[in-house]
Write a protein that binds this ligand. Structure first.
Ligand code: FE2
Length: 290
């Protein structure tokens, strides 16, 4: 099955050039610089830290892609329709105490900021984001998930190679990821890595939810890229990297002194059946159309 059966529209694109569309089809991703104005970017950052300050962090719920067994399933599943803060895997010492201030201990905030927080909701409502999804072939772009990913100084965790369609399964694949750099992303602070053209490959894994249980199931044994076949994507603050649901991507740990805040959207075509086995379901919040 080709992952590009999601055909591009016949009419002229609204926010992209034909060159950019061609580039996206060829590489599976596109870098759009200066898509977040500085004042707005600062608002999103400030609001993220306010959300951490306001959060009830008495439970130490961590997030890890290297050891998913660490994740508290209930806390994670409930975050689909609320706003929750997840700690970095390495935020605590052996005595269970935070080794850095709480604002520098959070791995990510997710997953319904666009529904429940006014700053993030206003940002998601900007018309260019819907236009972009339509330019990339989605008939009815639905925003399923927002995350603020901190990649904290010194302890920011690795995100292992994966494809986002693993988590947002539809047939055919429709999920598109928007990855906004809220701060400069560099090789030192854990910028994204991608495999150019890798979106034409198969989906390797699928993440299933069965009631309150979660499991990763292998689908295809195509090897993941490495640092020779992958390409680092250092980008300036305000850039938007948009990529296909089959594009393998990765980010290294952050051992530098600088954070690397990113905001992500996961956008799925509402014209296509969204798998009921996907972990993220929105029975209460319903549809958020871009
Ligand atoms: Fe991802």
């Amino acid at each position: 099955m080709s992952s590009l059966e999601h055909t591009m529209p016949d009419n002229a694109p609204a926010v992209l050039t034909n060159e950019q569309l061609k580039q996206y089809q060829q590489d599976g991703f596109l870098l759009l610089e200066s898509w977040v104005p500085d004042d707005l970017r600062q608002q999103l950052i400030d609001r993220a830290y306010q959300l951490i300050e306001q959060a009830d962090l008495t439970e130490h719920n961590r997030f890890s892609t290297t050891d998913r067994a660490q994740i508290n399933n209930d806390f994670f599943l409930e975050s689909a329709e609320t706003i929750r803060c997840f700690f970095e895997e390495k935020a605590f010492d052996e005595a269970g105490e935070l080794t850095q201030p709480r604002a520098q201990s959070i791995n990510k905030i997710g997953h319904a900021l666009h529904d429940l927080d006014d700053v993030y909701k206003a940002f998601a409502r900007r018309p260019e984001f819907g236009a972009l999804a339509r330019d990339l072939g989605l008939q009815a772009p639905h925003l399923y998930q927002t995350m603020v990913i901190f990649k904290q100084p010194r302890i920011g965790g690795e995100v292992t190679w994966h494809q986002d369609a693993t988590f947002f399964y539809t047939e055919p694949t429709s999920v598109i990821t928007y990855w906004f750099a809220l701060e400069d992303a560099t090789l030192q602070n854990g910028c994204l890595w991608v495999e150019p053209g890798g979106h034409t490959g198969p989906l390797r894994e699928r993440y299933f939810r069965e009631d309150r249980d979660l499991r990763m199931e292998p689908l295809d044994d195509t090897p993941w890229p490495d640092d020779t076949s992958g390409t680092p994507m250092p980008v300036k603050a305000g850039s938007l990297l948009v990529f296909h649901g089959h594009l393998p991507h990765y980010s290294a740990p952050n051992r530098s002194e600088k954070s690397r805040l990113a905001l992500t959207f996961h956008v799925v075509d509402g014209q296509i059946t969204y798998a009921p086995e996907n972990w993220l379901q929105r029975p209460t919040l319903g549809t958020f159309s871009l």
